[in-house]
Design a binder for this molecule. Structure first.
Ligand code: NAP
Length: 327
């Protein structure tokens, strides 16, 4: 019987592991067989994670977090959770590799996956001009021309943010009107550095070592049009990795796991910000967060989830001690 099982191993999962391990709970972390480290493993320089004034490579940052969790006794299991039973006091987690774990508390930190365009050239130029995060990579496009794909709030936010660096931003949207909220849309539409390619999709991304341009396709006429670009930011939405939990935890309409959050009433049993709809189950990182999605905010919520789990386990232990004394 484990005290804490953590599912997922991005900044949220590893930080939860560091906190839970330092509190003496020897957590088991199901890191993912091919996805260990989460989305940061696919990035290059991370320059906005505090403590690294010269920046750090995404994979190295995640290796360091894993090593820090191991140092305090966390068991890292490179496997995938495929089945969970979270309702009762004893939670069960089954892995693809055949492991069956029983635990008093579970922390879900499965992250989110950005949606991709699905082009072979997009894969080939990932990290070489194709990006899914303007906050992470915008800095590298000072004075350059970039394309942002999408018509939602994320795309508008990315486009406006990128104007701080890029000389010109072209938003490529498949329809003739934006999905984004009015205020975000107006801000982008009025911006002098932002142009719009309406009714268009990216048909090809060009370049070998780095992006040099794209071919746009008009979805009404199928006409192709070349456009010079040094970067392509894909902002067509994220999918929270919550499929495994959808029948057991309360999710919002887009699949994000609902947690109490900092505004929950500060009452006994309700003061755990990362608490899900089931007692003893906590969630953190991108699987609960549609807004910030930063390594540092995920790490912060991972720490909160571990402290909440600790609080829960202490309550359980206190209840058990009272029950034992009463018998
Ligand atoms: P979204 O609202 O789902 O928008 C995705 C956009 O990408 C849509 O315009 C969609 O086109 C387009 N798209 C989807 N698949 C595509 C494909 N394969 N090829 C080309 N275009 C494609 O996603 P989001 O912008 O990430 O926003 C998600 C949620 O987070 C929303 O509720 C949003 O309000 C919220 N959010 C809020 C803020 C903020 O308030 N600061 C910032 C970011 C996100 P169609 O319009 O044709 O469907």
């Amino acid at each position: 019987m484990e005290q804490v099982v953590i599912i997922g191993s991005g900044p949220a999962g590893y930080t939860a592991a560091i906190y839970a391990a330092r509190a003496g709970y020897q957590p088991t972390v199901i890191t993912g067989s091919v996805t260990a480290g989460g989305n940061l493993v696919n990035t290059t320089d991370v320059e906005n994670f505090p403590g690294f004034p010269d920046g750090i490579l995404g994979p190295e940052l995640m290796e360091r977090m894993a090593a820090q969790a191991s140092r305090f006794g966390a068991q890292l299991v490179p496997d995938d959770a495929i089945e969970v039973s979270l309702g009762g006091p004893v939670k069960e987690v089954v892995t693809l590799g055949g492991l069956r774990l029983a635990a008093s508390a579970v922390i879900v930190a499965t992250g989110s996956s950005y949606k991709e365009l699905g082009l072979a050239s997009e894969k080939a130029l990932g990290g070489r001009g194709v990006s899914y995060c303007a906050t992470c990579d915008g800095f590298f496009f000072r004075g350059k021309e970039v394309v942002v794909v999408g018509g939602g709030d994320s795309a508008m936010e990315e486009a406006v943010f990128l104007t701080k660096f890029a000389a010109k931003v072209t938003v490529v949207h498949r329809r003739g009107e934006l999905r984004a909220s009015r205020i975000m849309a107006e801000r982008a539409l009025a911006h002098p550095q932002i142009e719009f390619a309406w009714h268009s999709v990216v048909d090809q991304i060009h370049g070998v070592e780095a992006v040099t341009g794209v071919t746009l396709r008009d979805v009404r006429s199928d006409a192709l049009k070349p456009l010079d670009a040094d970067g392509v930011f894909v902002a067509i939405g994220h999918t929270p990795n919550s499929e495994l939990f959808k029948d057991q935890l309360e999710l919002d309409r887009d699949g994000y796991i609902i947690v109490d959050g900092p505004s929950a009433p500060d009452e006994p049993g309700n003061a755990q910000h990362q608490a899900t709809s089931l007692p003893g189950v906590f969630a953190c990182g991108d699987v609960v967060d549609r807004v910030y999605r930063q390594a540092i905010t995920a790490a912060g919520s991972g720490a909160q989830a571990a402290l909440d789990a600790q609080d829960y386990l202490e309550e359980l232990a206190a209840e058990a001690a009272i029950a034992a004394a009463t018998i």
